[in-house]
Design a protein around this ligand. Structure first.
Ligand code: NAP
Length: 247
């Protein structure tokens, strides 16, 4: 029997590499895109690349910060694929600024996209997994949610909450055979980090033990492991993937 995974925000960056890695592992992939336009502009190409590994892959539009859109998407994925074995909550945004200058809107948007989305998807897919009495959830947090960072109070709060939710929900779902873990990437080369200035990038590089930035494929490899049989006895954990970044 082929397993099915939902990966949120899987059009580009880390999410796209996770979708491709899971397809390579032989897992059917439901690729979440923020909108129908994003399916046309990126999603369909990732789905096609996944199908080249011989699995089923399809795009599903939903803004994951919106509970009703998540609910409709989960129903549709269940209808198309029959079951949902794995959930990877990857979608996320930044909207940086020092606290005293940060707008309420910037705070609310980041919390909705990074934190509320994880609540929405874990609640909805968790119910499906509880009925199946099996499942794996991996949440993409960040080292910023552990150590904090000037200019990212909103992002740090959202990712710290994801780590705390991971621990709490792992305690709720463990007795049903469901594992819930998080990964906390450091600096990974993606469109999100492309937005930083050269000076910001250099300052971060100096603090990375391995003296290089991470690759999205390296995050995807750890997610693949956490969804594998080898990780069956790991739950409630957050694994840093940061090359030894010290904050
Ligand atoms: P990215 O290149 O900006 O990709 C993020 C994806 O999430 C985009 O495709 C985006 O869609 C999607 N997304 C955002 N909000 C969404 C929403 N409400 N509904 C549906 N999709 C949504 O970022 P990335 O670097 O790959 O980051 C992926 C995850 O890793 C994020 O959670 C991020 O916080 C985390 N992370 C990244 C790094 C890093 O160094 N890159 C480090 C630590 C943690 P659109 O393209 O349509 O906007």
């Amino acid at each position: 029997m082929a397993y099915t995974a939902i990966v949120t925000g899987a059009v580009q960056g880390i999410g796209a590499q996770i979708a491709l890695r899971l397809a390579k592992d032989g897992i059917n992939v439901a690729i979440n895109c923020r909108s129908a336009a994003r399916i046309e502009n990126g999603g369909n190409q990732i789905a096609q690349k996944c199908r080249e590994y011989g699995v089923l892959a399809e795009c599903f539009a939903a803004d994951v910060s919106d509970y009703d859109q998540c609910s409709a998407m989960v129903d549709e994925v269940k209808k198309k694929f029959g079951r949902i074995d794995f959930l990877v909550n990857n979608a996320g945004i930044t909207s940086d600024g020092l606290l005293v200058r940060m707008s309420e809107d910037s705070y609310d948007k980041v919390i909705a996209a990074n934190q509320k989305s994880v609540f929405n998807m874990m609640k909805l897919v968790g119910s499906v997994m509880m009925r199946q009495k099996s499942g794996r959830i991996v949440n993409i947090a960040s080292v910023i949610g552990i150590y904090g960072n000037a200019g990212q109070a909103n992002y740090a709060a959202s990712k710290a909450a994801v780590i705390a939710m991971t621990r709490s929900v792992s305690k709720e779902l463990g007795s049903r055979g469901i594992t819930v873990n998080a990964v906390a990437p450091g600096f990974i080369e993606t469109p999100m980090t492309d937005a930083l200035t050269d000076d910001q990038k250099k300052a971060i590089l100096d603090r990375i033990s391995l003296r290089r930035y991470g690759k999205a494929e390296e995050v995807a490899g750890v997610v693949s492991f956490l969804l594998s049989e080898d990780a069956a006895y790991i739950t409630g954990q957050t694994i840093e993937i940061s090359g030894g970044l010290s904050m």
